[in-house]
Design a binder for this molecule. Sequence first.
Ligand code: AKG
Length: 271
Amino acid sequence: MDAVATRAFESLCSDGVAFHPALLDEARCRQLLDAVGWARDHPTASYRCLSPSGEARLESDLFRWRDVPAIRDLVTDEALLQFARAYLGTDDPVVLEDQWFWSERGSRTDSPWHQDDPYHPLDRPFLTIWIPLTPVPPGLGLRGVVGSHDGPIYAPVEFSAGERTLTGSAWATTPVPDVDAHPDEYVVTDSARDAGDAVLLDSRTLHSAGGECASDFVRLSIRYAHPETTRSPRPWPTASFWESYEWETGERLPATGFPRSSVLAATAAAR
Ligand SMILES: O=C(O)CCC(=O)C(=O)O
């Protein structure tokens, strides 16, 4: 790791959230923006419009490493994997998920305060790397609560005003606190400004992003897990896509849906 990456890694370890400037260059961001534009025109079953009907849209879709080469190249890029290896303590992280978010100009829908952890029935935390592909509208970048990865796990929040992203019915945990209403209680980071900047997040860190956008605002989240991660049921709803996997408590992540990064990198190299 170079000095900038080392600083970011140290912040990630101590604070649960860290900023890395210019992780991707402009050309790469343009290429990925085109790729997400293509993915947006070719949605999968995981696609959701998260904003209320009739309003300028916030849209999202998942797992596009499967059919979008530029996204597959990104999830196996050393610039990202160096953090996943070091933070998760493994030579070969699993690619858990990629997710794009596209706020149209005029969209007012934000991604509310939440942790990534409770959406997934997994026995250990994972890492998210969030990267804007367009300039970040002021104040709308990913904001994270310093140190919240060491605190409680809160209930997942349904992001979608339309078709749900969560499946399940029991709710057995504390709601997410209103971070914005209590500025004295929370130290909040908000650093990403430019396309290609990155925010690194422990999956237990409280964070939010988005809001009222004066221009299109496009970003990608890439999530990595330790290869020994196993299924651990949650007493609350989790992301709907988990329903499509038949795997038992205590079993490792199914390799068909969640490949090791070395396997994906080898298939990308063979293309
Ligand atoms: O960019 C966004 O709107 C939300 C990103 C986020 O919260 C996540 O990927 O976990």
